[in-house]
Write a protein that binds this ligand. Structure first.
Ligand SMILES: [Zn+2]
Length: 437
């Protein structure tokens, strides 16, 4: 265990430590106006390649410490420094060049001392491409019922021995510095977007700004690791605007829109993304956290977002669900028992590709046979689903570069919903940026 142990007396010293760190920071902390003019170290360059002439969609290349990645991008989630069911080689073969690791899980096991000894998570998992880490806070609040948020940080009981622990912004940065992730996320105060408690929502938004300042002050490697801020404010657009304004002043290398995908109506989700992207600088990557349904991604790209992540494509594979261009198929259904076609016709993933093209030529009937009995069925579908999402992102990017994104959206919705009318929220959100589907 390498989390900060909470001592019996309140750890007031932590604020003193944070203050000292602020004074010594290369970010030259002080009045906000001075901060925004300071030259900030950054470990990325953002190269905007094309803009859609109709919507707010954009295509770019993000140059990170472990190589370039093309945006818009979907980032698969490798919770425990491993994508469930895939080896690093198989993940590489899907075309993935940026995946997620969870700080909470890595901080518990192998722990910070082991990460320091081995030289970070890239070495631990044999992954030579980019890694993004979350702050650890969201995992804690969502996994541990007893997690409690105070100004100091997130207090929780150790899942191992029940002892009281504390994750502060400083500790989250220290862990992410040890992990060596190419993109680090600030510790933020996240609450459910649908919470009716306006005062608590405001407190969380303002606290997230204060915690960003503490993260910036304690980040040890700003020239080799990129810290992204996270815009909070629930579904209240004024609060989101206020948060955007404050976060943008802090001039982090990238910006995330957080707290979404928490059960809010899709129309509300779209309004928040649209409002935030309208206030964010053009020359920085915009990451909408927790988004992974193909239809959500296609709409959010039109609203000006560049980066997405979600456990859904890999989790749903373990339930026998294949993501295809014609919607999601549950291959546990008996109707596939004698379906000898590939999981998706024309898919170039290792699972679907014919033998003569070096693939495994797996049939739907085989997945049906394996599903729920053998883990290899889940592995094969994980391979397909990750490949499908990454290939969708490549098609989205090509359409933006060719300035065909409006017609891409129309074709995508017609096919994905199999001729059924597309959902109203998607029609309205796209209409708001000039796309009729
Ligand atoms: Zn496939």
């Amino acid at each position: 265990m390498h989390w900060t142990r909470q001592v019996t007396k309140p750890r007031l010293d932590i604020f003193t430590a944070a203050k000292q760190a602020i004074t010594a920071s290369p970010y030259a902390f002080g009045p906000v106006a001075a901060m925004s003019t300071a030259t900030k170290p950054s470990a990325l360059t953002f190269d905007l390649k094309a803009r859609c002439s109709t919507s707010k969609a954009r295509a770019s290349t993000l140059h990170l410490p472990h190589g370039p990645v093309d945006l818009p991008i979907f980032m698969p989630v490798a919770t425990q420094a491993s994508l469930k069911g895939l080896t690093p080689e198989q993940l590489e073969e899907t075309g993935c060049r940026l995946c997620l690791n969870n700080t909470y899980h890595l901080g518990l096991k192998p722990g910070q001392a082991v990460l320091d000894a081995i030289g970070g998570a890239h070495k631990l998992q044999g992954w030579n491409y980019n890694i993004l880490t979350d702050s650890g806070g969201f995992q804690m609040v969502s996994l541990l019922k007893l997690a409690k948020i105070t100004e100091e940080g997130v207090r929780f009981l150790s899942p191992h021995d029940g002892s009281p622990m504390l994750l502060t912004p400083e500790h989250s940065m220290s862990l992410q510095n040890s992990i060596g992730s190419d993109i680090m996320m600030q510790l933020d105060d996240v609450i459910q977007t649908t919470s009716p408690d306006h005062a608590r929502m405001k407190e969380a938004m303002e606290r997230s700004i204060r915690w960003l300042d503490r993260c910036i002050a304690s980040h040890k490697n700003p020239s080799t690791q990129n810290l992204f801020c996270i815009i909070q404010g629930g579904l209240d657009l004024d609060m989101r605007r206020q948060c955007c304004e404050e976060m943008v002043k802090r001039d982090t290398p990238g910006i995330a829109i957080g707290g979404l995908s928490g059960g809010e109506a899709k129309a509300d989700f779209c309004k928040v993304v649209d409002t935030c992207t309208g206030l964010l600088p053009e020359n920085k990557p915009r990451y909408v956290m927790g988004i992974g349904y193909p239809e959500d991604i296609v709409v959010a790209v039109a609203l000006g977002a560049d980066m997405f992540d979600c456990v859904w494509p890999t989790r749903t594979a373990r339930f026998g669900n294949a993501i295809t261009s014609s919607g999601v198929l549950n291959l546990k259904n008996a109707r596939y028992a004698e379906d000898f076609g590939p999981v998706e016709q024309g898919c170039t993933c290792t699972c679907c590709r014919p033998k003569e093209e070096g693939g495994l030529a797996i049939t739907r009937a085989y997945i049906y046979h394996l599903a729920a009995k053998e883990t290899v069925g889940a592995h094969l579908l994980t391979m397909h689903n990750v490949h499908h999402l990454l290939s969708l992102m490549r098609r989205i990017r090509t359409a933006i570069i060719d300035d065909q994104y409006a017609s891409f959206c129309k074709q995508f919705f017609a096919k994905y919903f199999d001729g059924q009318p597309p959902p109203i929220w998607a029609v309205d959100a796209l209409k708001g940026v000039g796309i009729e589907i």
